[in-house]
Design a protein around this ligand. Structure first.
Ligand SMILES: *[C@@H]1O[C@H](CO)[C@@H](O)[C@H](O)[C@H]1NC(C)=O
Ligand SMILES: *[C@@H]1O[C@H](CO)[C@@H](O)[C@H](O)[C@H]1NC(C)=O
Ligand SMILES: *[C@@H]1O[C@H](CO)[C@@H](O)[C@H](O)[C@H]1NC(C)=O
Ligand SMILES: *[C@@H]1O[C@H](CO)[C@@H](O)[C@H](O)[C@H]1NC(C)=O
Ligand SMILES: *[C@@H]1O[C@H](CO)[C@@H](O)[C@H](O)[C@H]1NC(C)=O
Ligand SMILES: *[C@@H]1O[C@H](CO)[C@@H](O)[C@H](O)[C@H]1NC(C)=O
Ligand SMILES: *[C@@H]1O[C@H](CO)[C@@H](O)[C@H](O)[C@H]1NC(C)=O
Length: 495
């Protein structure tokens, strides 16, 4: 009787456990924009996630560059608290400090520690992951049971994966397809009694913008989007954007080709999404699985005469796709509720009923998921960026050769640099029902400011910073200053 009682009790516990703990699939693409048609090729993704759930129309990253942004997604902490400020080890990208200080409290590690989640990761992790100076491909971040980590930055062919700590090189296999195969393998062979958390991080549509062979020329004649800001003279923008040339050349075939490659490279991601969701459905777990689709930052192509990159505070670079479906989320809903990358980790923990550590800077938006009503908002999004100087990335044929205050200056970008040390800035976006104001301040010799009224000027054509009253400027500066040093729960209430 006693044994039966204990067994019954265990059974009830197991049932409760299964019901209380949903599964998660988090898909993070690389450099996928929202505003330059980045979601247009994703027909299956829109049908299977957006139409089955909720689209957050005001979703942002807190820093528009891969490694720092991914570190924020994984930890729920702003870059000033992860210490990850750029894509190099000296900027704490995948550094020993990161491994010791932050990996033990990533979403995966916390889900495992509190609720025994089975954790899977496949794809690009952090740009410096897998190199010898940070432990090589043997290193498996704490908390993962099934680890398929890409060594280094995004590639499509000729790359090395750490498969559970063993280096496996591929030459001719298209990475997105290899990640899809590993994901299906996991879903087929995982221990079925445990809740799971999968992160899948495909390389698309990052440079070199290579589609799978079967998708080459799927979108012939595609042109870079001629937004109202395309080739717009940057007369009221900060120093870097105002650098010469301030008009794009007549022949921008290269920009059009990049747009085409980006859209085509996303088709394999769209197939990956479809494959995973089909498998979840066939395994009868789709109903208990939250699926989140997003990107690590946006992208610009030709806006304000900038060639192509991210790293700027403009909407093209900081706005990202954000789709979520799952248990009890109403179908086909849109919301303007503002969310940012830092909120992803606390929201996942909240949905899993796991305690959110007080050291997390982000806020759970769980309560916004289940309502189909539009909720009034009054919130700030915070964005910070540290400009880079890297003489190695300056083409020797450009006039700025060797300047260690500049970086990413190439001949095919007409020597217009994509970054500089003084491209260091912090911004807030104030989002209420009646206004959307962006305020940015640069740490350059001019303490340059940019302000846009996004409600009436979504393309950021007119910088209002020097027309604001002193009081308004002071209020914004004060909020920015508080965000820059905020930590944990004190990032919630800054006014
Ligand atoms: C990493 O960040 C921490 C905290 O910001 C800092 O103390 C440390 O010096 C950084 N490490 C490197 C290698 O820059
Ligand atoms: C893991 O869980 C234990 C006990 O529940 C707790 O004491 C510890 O702080 C947790 N570790 C982390 C990194 O959250
Ligand atoms: C990775 O390790 C897990 C846990 O040990 C194992 O179940 C899985 O089969 C391994 N995956 C691969 C691709 O080797
Ligand atoms: C991959 O590497 C092989 C051998 O070094 C080379 O022949 C091939 O062109 C490379 N493929 C790509 C797409 O770079
Ligand atoms: C435009 O530039 C591309 C190289 O970027 C070149 O292949 C093409 O021939 C040029 N087109 C014209 C019309 O000059
Ligand atoms: C990355 O950040 C570190 C720490 O702030 C800095 O020393 C380094 O110069 C930065 N790298 C680049 C390329 O700017
Ligand atoms: C930004 O840095 C560049 C490169 O050192 C310099 O030429 C320029 O004057 C600086 N601009 C401002 C506004 O600080």
């Amino acid at each position: 009787m006693l044994t039966a009682g204990i067994l019954f009790h265990t059974f009830i516990m197991l049932m409760a456990n299964t019901m209380a703990h949903p599964n998660f699939v988090l898909i993070i693409t690389d450099d996928q924009d929202l505003l330059l048609d980045g979601l247009v090729p994703m027909k299956n993704t829109l049908k299977l996630i957006a139409n089955e759930g909720k689209t957050f129309q005001n979703a942002f990253v807190n820093t528009p560059i891969c490694c720092p942004s991914r570190s924020t997604i994984l930890t729920g902490k702003y870059a000033h608290n992860t210490g990850v400020t750029n894509n190099t080890v000296s900027g704490n990208c995948s550094s020993k400090y990161w491994q010791e200080q932050h990996e033990p409290s990533s979403i995966a590690a916390l889900l495992k520690n509190s609720s025994g989640y089975l954790n899977f990761y496949a794809g690009k992790y952090l740009n410096r992951y897998g190199f010898d100076d940070v432990g090589g491909t043997k290193h498996i971040p704490k908390g993962y049971d099934w680890w398929i980590g890409l060594k280094g930055n995004s590639r499509y062919y000729n790359y090395t994966l750490s498969v559970n700590g063993t280096a496996v090189s591929h030459n001719a296999d298209y990475l997105t397809d290899v990640l899809a195969a590993h994901s299906l393998d996991f879903l087929e062979n995982r221990a079925p009694d445990k809740p799971f958390f999968m992160t899948i991080a495909p390389p698309a549509p990052h440079a070199p913008f290579t589609p799978a062979k079967r998708h080459e020329n799927a979108f012939p004649g595609t042109k870079a989007l001629r937004t109202p800001s395309f080739n717009e003279t940057p007369s009221d923008k900060h120093w870097l954007v105002g650098m010469t040339p301030t008009t794009l050349p007549a022949n921008v075939t290269i920009l059009d080709g990049i747009q085409q490659g980006r859209l085509e490279s996303l088709l394999a991601v769209d197939e990956l999404v479809k494959g995973i969701i089909t498998k979840l459905k066939d395994s009868d777990v789709l109903d208990n699985t939250y699926i989140i689709f997003t990107s690590d930052n946006g992208f610009h192509i030709g806006q304000f005469t900038q060639p192509w990159d991210k790293r700027q505070p403009y909407e093209t670079d900081i706005r990202i796709p954000f789709l979520i479906s799952g248990p009890k989320i109403p179908k086909r809903t849109l919301t303007k509720y503002p969310v940012s990358a830092v909120d992803i980790a606390p929201t996942i923990l909240d949905l899993a009923d796991v305690n959110i550590p007080s050291s997390m800077d982000g806020k759970s938006f769980k309560s916004q998921l289940f309502s189909s009503a539009e909720i009034p908002t009054n919130d700030f999004i915070f964005v910070e960026y540290w400009g880079e100087g890297a003489p190695k990335t300056i083409d020797a044929r450009c006039p700025w050769k060797g300047d260690d205050e500049l970086s990413e200056c190439s001949l095919d970008q007409w020597c217009k640099c994509q970054d500089s040390r003084n491209n260091t800035y912090s911004c807030i976006i104030e989002l209420t029902q009646s206004q959307q104001m962006k305020f940015c301040e640069f740490e350059d010799e001019q303490a340059f400011r940019e302000t846009y009224d996004l409600m009436i000027d979504p393309y950021e054509l007119k910088n209002l910073a020097y027309e604001l009253s002193e009081d308004v400027v002071r209020r914004y500066q004060d909020i920015v200053r508080k965000f820059k040093t905020c930590q944990g729960r004190n990032c919630y209430t800054l006014e």
